[in-house]
Design a protein around this ligand. Structure first.
Ligand code: SDX
Length: 431
């Protein structure tokens, strides 16, 4: 970032303070308040961090007004149509699109790390079969800390690199194992002759008793879903990973923390909640009832898959997913899927409703993804694990960037305290 000559002047209690202003390569200027408490004895107050830049980063840029999403400067719609997930992983991790040789080397390294330690299979046996796959994912990914001791030292760049590749390579295997365990089918080992997306479909849907041929339409759609969920600036789960990593916790524990945060229905859990909502709506004639509930201040119901903290125009990922939903369902011969019809009618109704227009609520990444995933054969419980395995590269890229930043220090916010001031202990007989 470039420190401009500009500064903001704060007048407080008869004193004035100069707050330096930093200008980004894109987006709003930031006020540097790092010395504010030491100089003026006050905190800033920003629950939910609606006006707070927690770090500087060169990885992903979002323009919420224009509906733009760039990964290392490349627009998401171009990456979704021209690239593939492991190439986007390379871009996020190393900052540039790879040469053919670099891509081949990276894909080989990832492919060679897709198997998990055989003893990790025992972890799954400890879960109930009806455990949510996200519960299993949090547990097993955190447990990677108990197995991969040669990639725990975050001060060693080589160990950081190995941990990054291991996590990107093994998350699909672990997510597929969680799915197989939940349906009582045997685990399926990865195959090195399949690409990343095809391998995941193979590990989820093949069974030992017959040959499984990956449908290229599905693996292309799967790869595109991975790309669209790969990274998204300082969202809640990425901020969780950064905060956990600021204590120098090992990468597997930090990614497990990110998975736990993503699970929430306000965040990555919205794709599952959205499909369940579409099923509850059931038909287009019930849409007005749910729109009314979403607008009712006394009803906690929200339209899942709608709204976004940053996007106030459109979520560019939702546009690509809507196109992909049309393509995939038509190619699968289920274009008249009632859920897709309800989703499209719901979108049109909401986008023409003054409430949604005024509050700038649009479909987000979670609105159409579930329709595609269900058409591909996944149960709703696997939607957020798929989001988590896609986002692992984003979490890891942001983690690597933070660890390598010389300014990196433990995250320790303060508070606006509204509790009791000091008082003496009262013996129980006097209470
Ligand atoms: C993801 O941050 C990221 O980048 C996240 C993500 C990523 O890639 O990492 O993009 C992934 O999490 C997408 C969002 C998935 N969540 C959902 O679809 C759940 C439904 N959406 C909402 O819960 C909500 O829109 C959030 C959580 C997404 C955003 O919440 P904000 O920014 O805190 O906004 P808000 O809750 O303050 O809402 C502003 C107003 C409120 O009304 P008022 O109090 O001002 O009167 O809009 C209303 C809200 O009631 N509102 C909605 C609504 N979302 C917001 N009303 C009805 N339905 C909705 N979906």
């Amino acid at each position: 970032m470039t420190e401009t000559q500009k500064s903001a002047t704060l007048s407080l209690n008869g004193e004035t303070y100069e707050l330096p202003i930093f200008s980004p390569t894109a987006g709003p200027d930031v006020l540097d308040i790092r010395k504010l408490y030491a100089q003026a004895g006050v905190f800033t107050y920003d629950p939910g961090f609606t006006s707070t830049a927690s770090c500087d980063s060169t990885i992903t840029y979002i323009d919420g007004g224009k509906g733009e999403l760039l990964h290392r400067g490349y627009p998401i719609d171009q990456l979704a149509s021209k690239s593939h997930y492991l190439e986007v992983c390379y871009l996020l991790l190393y900052g540039e699109l790879p040469t053919a040789a670099q891509l081949e080397d990276f894909e080989t390294r990832v492919t060679r790390h897709t198997m998990v330690h055989e003893q990790m299979h025992n972890f799954f046996r400890g879960f109930r079969r009806d455990a949510h796959p996200m519960a299993t994912l949090v547990g097993v990914v955190g447990a990677m800390s108990a197995f991969y001791h040669d990639s725990l030292d975050v001060t060693d760049p080589w160990q950081r690199e190995v941990a990054a590749v291991r996590l990107i390579a093994k998350l699909p295997t672990i997510a597929a194992m969680a799915y197989k365990y939940s349906i009582g089918q045997p685990f399926v080992y990865p195959k090195n002759d399949l690409d990343y997306a095809a391998n995941f479909l193979h590990m989820c849907f093949s069974v030992p008793s017959e040959e499984y041929h990956v449908n290229p339409i599905l693996s292309r759609a799967m790869d595109r879903i991975f790309i669209l969920h790969a990274d998204h600036e300082q969202n809640a789960s990425t901020s969780t990973v950064r905060l956990a990593s600021s204590s120098s916790a090992n990468p597997f524990a930090c990614i497990a923390a990110g998975i736990a945060c993503l699970w929430g229905p306000a965040h990555g859990g919205a794709n599952q909640a959205c499909l369940e909502m579409l099923k509850e709506i059931g038909s287009v004639d019930r849409i007005p009832e749910f729109i009314a509930r979403a607008k009712d201040k006394n009803d906690p119901f929200r339209l899942m898959g709608f709204g976004h903290r940053v996007y106030k125009n459109t979520d560019p990922r939702a546009k690509v997913l809507k196109q992909s939903a049309d393509e995939v369902l038509e190619l699968l011969g289920v274009e008249d899927n009632p859920l897709l019809q309800v989703a499209k009618e719901l979108e049109q109704t909401a986008l023409n409703d003054p409430y949604f227009i005024e509050k700038k609520l649009f479909p987000n990444v979670d609105f159409y993804s579930g329709i595609i995933l269900e058409a591909m054969g996944f149960p709703t419980s696997m939607f957020t694990p798929i989001f988590a395995l896609s986002r692992t590269v984003g979490w890891i890229s942001q983690w690597k960037e933070m660890i390598a930043d010389p300014q990196n220090k433990i995250g320790r916010p303060r508070q606006l305290y509204l509790g009791e001031t000091m008082r003496d202990y009262t013996d129980i007989e006097k209470r």
